[in-house]
Design a protein around this ligand. Structure first.
Ligand SMILES: [Zn+2]
Length: 327
């Protein structure tokens, strides 16, 4: 384990673009015209940075990752929605970040960025794309079932997951509620849908640990807690858990010792943490100090450290992704 001690990783950082400067990314009008995108654009000062969203977002991302105190960040692509014949359905795809663009960006920042490609297993060429990306060095891939409309419990996906296991590609899967992109079917975000992939021998990271807002239904967190007990190859990331809406579920998660040992640090940059929402737990002075931290990734890690899981989960994430034992 030489060289791994004390190293930290943020396993959940997003690459975005609008395709207005050759990135190949897509952003639907519903997304780019929405309130949450306008907020993000302001917070990241996209207009000031460059003329195109592609370039401005990339500059903001690189600045975050380079200036953060974390050693490395896993940066995510986002695949499209596919129809029954395995062809892209661009009408239903609200944001798209191609694997080649991600691989190119990560290759320009090899010391700090690790690419996580995105492959919707429903695409006709899913296994070919997996082989192609793995040959280019990808060690992780992401699937977002509720927005990509794919059911991971479908037996038709078994060959794809067997290939992921053979290649030792870590599979990140969105679980739980989703509030930033239009959802096709929230039932697809149920962590119990991961059994087929887990039984195939894949290392799975349940993004967000199947959490949601207090007002969300159904409650999917108990499903994640049960699955952690059943599967040693299941992990959960803490992405977006520092935000205001998830304080309740975050505390329920932290109260579970077995799940705590599987948590991997993730920020969900560019979606910011909100330390002031944790004032009752941390005290007003502490919450204000955390709120003032400028680098979003550092702020998210510091908040989670104050809540008792930050550094340990960031070191665990580094070991899982970069450690020889994981290969
Ligand atoms: Zn995310």
């Amino acid at each position: 384990m030489n060289g791994l001690a004390g190293k930290t990783l943020d396993i959940h950082v997003h690459l975005f673009g609008a395709g207005d400067a050759g990135s190949g990314c897509r952003l639907s009008k519903a997304t780019s015209g929405g309130q949450s995108f306008k907020h993000l654009a302001e917070q990241l000062r996209l207009r000031e940075r460059a003329k195109s969203i592609d370039q401005a977002y990339l500059l903001a991302l690189v600045e975050q990752v380079e200036e953060s105190t974390l050693d490395k960040a896993v940066v995510l692509a986002q695949d499209a929605v596919y129809d029954d014949r395995g062809k892209p359905d661009w009408e239903k795809t609200h944001f798209y970040v191609p694997n080649d663009y991600l691989l190119e960006v990560a290759a320009r920042h090899p010391a700090r960025m690790i690419p996580c490609v995105s492959i919707n297993p429903q695409r006709a060429d899913a296994i070919d794309e997996l082989d192609r990306c793995a040959a280019k060095g990808a060690r992780l891939l992401k699937i977002h079932p509720p927005t990509q409309g794919v059911d991971l419990s479908d037996r038709k996906r078994a060959a794809f997951f067997r290939r992921c296991a053979e290649l030792r590609v870590i599979v990140m899967v969105h679980t739980g509620h989703e509030h930033t992109a239009p959802v096709l079917d929230i039932g697809l975000a149920d962590p119990r849908k991961l059994e087929l992939a887990l039984d195939s021998g894949c290392t799975i990271v349940a993004c967000h640990c199947a959490t949601g807002w207090q007002t969300d239904s159904p409650d999917m967190l108990p499903g994640f807690l049960a699955m952690v007990r059943k599967y040693g190859n299941l992990w959960g990331d803490t992405a977006v858990l520092g935000s205001a809406g998830r304080t309740g579920d975050f505390q329920r998660l932290l109260a579970d010792e077995e799940a705590g040992a599987r948590l991997l640090h993730g920020s969900d940059f560019p979606f910011p943490a909100f330390p002031l929402a944790f004032e009752s737990l941390l005290g007003a002075a502490n919450a204000s100090r955390l709120q003032a931290i400028e680098n979003s990734m550092d702020q998210d890690l510091a908040l989670k450290e104050a809540l008792g899981i930050g550094l340990a989960s960031a070191e665990r994430a580094y070991r899982l992704v970069c450690g020889e034992a994981a290969r």
